[in-house]
Each structure stands twice: as structure tokens, then as C-alpha cells.
Write a protein that binds this ligand. Structure first.
Ligand SMILES: [Zn+2]
Length: 323
């Protein structure tokens, strides 16, 4: 029997616009930043006014928060994108106000000047040759080897290492390893933003590629399933760095599905086993902090308890950090 199902159309629309931090859509997430709602009740507090730029994808709208004294608005605090979650509760993100002048960023400096041999290693040269020949599948193992060389000498977040990390992610995407590609892009994108800036060509390439990978996978639910299978395979092969990366992506996919306590649990595991002093650890910690914010904002008892445990882990002196 044929039935009309409105869901696929909506899913593909959601994919087209990219995925955001639940319950916000991609564009609404990209134009806002995580924000922890302060207490905004009582005579000295805050109150939202206005209701602008309603998003047809996620239903959020932009509201202006005013500080109030005796319930009278006295000063503007800022603009927030809000999704009501029933009654007086809501989830909010702070709208990123565009700076008046665009800051021109300089190209970041790599430590590769001290290790010029890295550009001449057999693996790197072979990888580049295959890449130029449009053979990403052939290039992939050589880029993976070149990446190991660079991470060892330059560090994981050196600009020259990040360029090869991007090639590895692109190679995985080109060879239809969508789950592992998504995991790489998620780890890589915040590092590209940090080192090159959000408008750099490399950052935009990564953002577009992850959107493409998601289109192939087809929605957060299938992405979470795919990544759960990949994580299970990683566990049995004992590949540590790969396991952490894939598990972090699984946590983010669970968050995108609205499986918030699963997401917090998965990301707790990642942070627990993250490598101290490694730049990737900062990305994993902020993914966990973001999941906590969503859990706390939604306010379900089990989610909030788990978020409390996660925050304790993040605050512990012996918990892994990137420094
Ligand atoms: Zn939206």
C-alpha cells in the first residue's frame, strides 16, 4: 500500500540547511553561540521582549533580553534566539552580533619551517601526486601516514597538520566512509575555525563537506546508528584515537536526535579517555559542555543529574585537558 509520508521531505530539508545544536537548525546555530540562561525571574531580573526573525526550520525566534528592576525594563542585555519548551521554560542561544568592521586575519604561521623535510617525505609526495591526479582513494593511506609524521613533529593543530587532516577527511568522504569522515570533520572544523578563522577557505571546505556527508547518510537518526556501528568496530580493533573521534561524533549525533542523556553519557566516556595535553581534548570537552547546556536547559531530571556528573568530571583537576 502506498502512503504519503511528509517526513522524508522534511528530513531532506533539514539536511539541506545543515544540522545545528538540538533543537536549533544549522543556520540558527551558526549565527548564535551557546548561552547559559541566568535566573531571569523576580523583581530584579530580566525579561524577553519582541519576537523577530521566526525560523521556519526550527521555529526559533529572536527576542531581546532586558534587565528589569521592579519588573520595569531598564537596560538591554542582548539578543537571543529562543525555542519555547513549554510553560515558562525555553532553550536559548545568544545571537552573534556582526562586528562593524571585518577583521582581516593573517595566514597562521606553521612550525613546518623548522621541519622542511616533512614536505618531501615519500608518503606526503605520493599523497599529493594522487590527489592532483584526482585519486583520493589512492591518496588516503599516504595522507594518513603523512599525518602521523606531522602530528608527531608539529602538533595536531599546527596549520600544516590541519591541512593534511582535512585531506584525510576528504579522502574518507570520497571513498564513501561517511561516518568516519563526519567524525574527522567534526573534530577538525573547530580547530580550523580557531587557527584559520571561520571565513577561511579551508574552514568553508570542511563545513560544506560535512553537510555533503550528512546528505549521503540521511538524517541524524541514521547517522547515530552508523556511528554506533563504527564505534563498536573501533572497540574491537583497539584503535584509540579513532575510537575517541568516532565516539565524540556519535555523542553529537545523539544530541542532534534529542537523545540527550545518551549524548552526555557517550561524551563523558570520550572526555574520560581523552589524551591529556592534546589539542583534540579541547574539542571533546566543549562537545560535552554543550551537551550539558542542552540537558540543563531542557530540565528533565535524569538529564540534569547526568549533566551534573559531567560537569564534575570537567571541573576535576585530574580530568584531561588540552594543556
Ligand atoms: Zn532555525
Amino acid at each position: 500500500m502506498l502512503t504519503t509520508n511528509p517526513k522524508p521531505a522534511r528530513m531532506s530539508r533539514m539536511d539541506e540547511v545543515g544540522r545545528g545544536v538540538y533543537p536549533f537548525c544549522g543556520p540558527c546555530t551558526a549565527t548564535s553561540e551557546a548561552w547559559r540562561a541566568a535566573e531571569v525571574r523576580g523583581p530584579m531580573g530580566g525579561r524577553f521582549y519582541g519576537h523577530r526573525d521566526v525560523c521556519e526550520n526550527c521555529g526559533s525566534s529572536v527576542r531581546t533580553l532586558y534587565k528589569t528592576v521592579l519588573w520595569v525594563p531598564v537596560s538591554k542585555v542582548g539578543r537571543y534566539r529562543i525555542v519555547p519548551t513549554g510553560g515558562r521554560s525555553y532553550v536559548g542561544r545568544k545571537v552573534i552580533e556582526q562586528p562593524l568592521r571585518t577583521v582581516v586575519r593573517r595566514e597562521p604561521v606553521s612550525a613546518i619551517a623548522q621541519y622542511p623535510e616533512l614536505d618531501g617525505t615519500p608518503d606526503y609526495k605520493q599523497a599529493e601526486a594522487y590527489w592532483l591526479d584526482r585519486e583520493p582513494g589512492q591518496a588516503l593511506p599516504h595522507y594518513q601516514a603523512a599525518l602521523a609524521e606531522r602530528e608527531q613533529l608539529l602538533g595536531a593543530d599546527d596549520p600544516a597538520t590541519l591541512r593534511v587532516r582535512l585531506r584525510v577527511a576528504q579522502g574518507l568522504l570520497a571513498t564513501a566512509n561517511y561516518g568516519r569522515a563526519i567524525a574527522w570533520f567534526e573534530l577538525l572544523t573547530p580547530q580550523l575555525v580557531e587557527v584559520f578563522g571561520s571565513h577561511h577557505e579551508l574552514t568553508r571546505t570542511a563545513a560544506e563537506a560535512v553537510t555533503g556527508a550528512r546528505l549521503m547518510v540521511g538524517g541524524p537518526r541514521s547517522e547515530a546508528q552508523l556511528l554506533a556501528d563504527i564505534v563498536a568496530a573501533d572497540v574491537s580493533s583497539g584503535a584509540d584515537a579513532q575510537l575517541l573521534r568516532d565516539q565524540a561524533a556519535l555523542g553529537k549525533a545523539q544530541l542532534a536526535c534529542g537523545d540527550i542523556s545518551d549524548a552526555v553519557e557517550t561524551l563523558i566516556e570520550v572526555v574520560r579517555h581523552a589524551v591529556p595535553g592534546h589539542p583534540d581534548t579541547a574539542v571533546y570537552r566543549s562537545a560535552l559542555a554543550e551537551a550539558c547546556e542542552v540537558a540543563e536547559a531542557r530540565g528533565k531530571k535524569r538529564d540534569v543529574q547526568l549533566a551534573g556528573a559531567a560537569r564534575q568530571l570537567l571541573n576535576r583537576a585530574d580530568a584531561p585537558t588540552s594543556t
